[in-house]
Design a protein. Structure first.
Length: 92
């Protein structure tokens, strides 16, 4: 029986950027706060909430458009009924 396990030992873009910033900070090439040096570590953490906010905004926009479309359909029906009622009233 073979054990087919796969381990992924790689560093992502945020990790590489963090190591680069730490090296630049320790060699005094940049004079940033440690918050800015370590900020690339927050990129993967902020990706999920950011994506959820974009999806929520799109969903909200679609719902508002659906509501306005329904409102304008009702308004056009009422407008046509009012015109016909007004014409009947004028004929009397």
């Amino acid at each position: 029986m073979t054990n087919n396990t796969y381990e992924r030992n790689s560093v992502n873009f945020a990790g590489i950027l963090t190591v680069l910033f730490i090296g630049l900070k320790l060699t005094n090439f940049i004079d940033w706060s440690w918050w800015w040096v370590l900020s690339p570590l927050c990129i993967p953490i902020a990706f999920v909430p950011g994506t959820l906010c974009v999806i929520g905004f799109i969903q909200l926009t679609l719902n508002i458009n659906k509501f306005l479309l329904g409102y304008w359909c009702i308004a056009s029906v009422l407008k046509s009924k009012l015109k016909s009622s007004y014409k009947k009233f004028r004929e009397l």
